[in-house]
Design a protein around this ligand. Structure first.
Ligand code: NAP
Length: 243
C-alpha cells in the first residue's frame, strides 16, 4: 500500500497537504507531528471523514535517532506499506534582527528545517531508490528566495532547502524519483497569526494572504503522475509578491 509521510502535519500547511494527498491520490497518510497530538488527531479525523486512511507518527525531525527509530519501527510493523511520497513540511520561525539573534534561535530554525530534511529524507529515500519511484516535495519559503530582514536564520534555512532540492533531484532522477520545492509567501496559519495581515496584504499584488488549501493543491500536483517530468524545480506560490 502506497503511503505519504507529511512532516509537521498536525497543523497549518502540513494538515492541508495531508488531507489533500489522501483525497487526490488515495494514499495512506503518515501524519507526523512534534508535540501537539490533539491537533494531529484532528488532521487524522479530517482524513478519515473524507474516506481516507492514515495514522499518527510522532517524532522530532531534528533528531536523527528519533526519526530512524520511528520510521524503522513503523516499517517493521507494516511490511505491506511503503512511503512513496514524502513532504518535508515541518518548520519554525524565530524572527529577530541578526545582530541580537540568540544562537539557539539560529540553531533551532536551521536544525528543524535543514537537518530535519536530511534526517527524514535519508531514511525514506532508501526504499524509493529500491523501488525506482517516488515523490519528494520540500516546503521552502519566499524568505529563502529573496531573503527577508528579521529572518536571517529562516532565510538561510529555506535557501538551503532550495539548493538541496536542486542537488538531490539530479542524484535521483535516474531512479524516477522527483524532488521539488514549493516556496509559499504569506499563508494563513499559526505561523502567521501574529502578523499584521491588514498592513502586510497591501504589499501583496493579490491583496490577501494565501490559504493552506492553495498550497496543498500545488503539492498534490507535484506528487501526481502528471508531474513525472518536473524535478529540481522551485514553484513560488505567493500572490505575486516575488517571482
Ligand atoms: P505551523 O502552523 O506553525 O505548523 C508547524 C508544524 O510543524 C506543526 O505541525 C508542528 O508540529 C510541526 N513541527 C514543528 N517543529 C517540528 C519538529 N521539530 N518535528 C516535527 N514537526 C515539527 O506552520 P505552517 O505555517 O503550517 O508552516 C508549515 C511549513 O510551511 C513550514 O516549513 C514553514 O516554514 C512553511 N511556510 C509557511 C508559510 C506561512 O506563511 N505560513 C510561508 C512560507 C513557508 P506540532 O503541532 O506538534 O507543534
Amino acid at each position: 500500500m502506497s503511503c505519504a509521510l507529511v512532516t509537521g502535519a498536525s497543523r497549518g500547511l502540513g494538515r492541508a497537504i495531508a488531507v489533500q494527498l489522501a483525497k487526490d491520490h488515495g494514499l495512506h497518510i503518515l501524519v507526523n507531528y512534534s508535540s501537539n497530538q490533539a491537533a494531529a488527531d484532528e488532521t487524522l479525523a479530517e482524513i478519515n471523514s473524507n474516506g481516507g486512511t492514515g495514522e499518527l507518527l510522532q517524532f522530532n525531525v531534528q533528531t536523527k535517532t528519533e526519526v530512524d527509530d520511528a520510521l524503522n519501527a513503523w516499517r517493521e510493523a507494516n511490511p505491506e506499506k511503503y512511503i512513496s511520497v514524502l513532504v518535508n513540511n515541518a518548520g519554525v520561525t524565530r524572527d529577530g534582527l541578526f545582530m541580537w539573534m540568540p544562537e539557539k534561535d539560529w540553531d533551532d530554525v536551521m536544525n528543524i528545517s535543514t537537518k530535519g530534511l536530511f534526517n527524514v529524507t535519508q531514511n525514506a529515500i532508501q526504499q524509493m531508490l529500491r523501488k525506482r519511484s517516488g515523490r519528494i516535495v520540500n516546503i521552502a519559503s519566499v524568505s529563502g528566495m529573496k531573503g527577508v530582514a528579521g529572518q536571517t536564520n529562516y532565510s538561510a534555512a529555506k535557501g538551503a532547502i532550495v539548493a538541496a532540492t536542486k542537488a538531490l533531484a539530479q542524484e535521483v532522477a535516474k531512479r524516477k524519483i522527483t524532488v521539488n520545492a514549493v516556496a509559499p509567501g504569506f499563508i494563513t496559519s499559526d505561523m502567521t497569526k501574529d502578523l499584521n495581515e491588514d498592513e502586510l496584504k497591501q504589499m501583496i499584488p493579490m491583496n490577501r494572504f494565501g490559504k493552506p488549501d492553495e498550497v496543498a493543491h500545488l503539492v498534490s500536483f507535484l506528487c501526481s503522475d502528471k508531474a513525472a517530468y518536473i524535478t529540481g524545480e522551485v514553484v513560488n506560490i505567493n500572490g505575486g509578491i516575488y517571482s
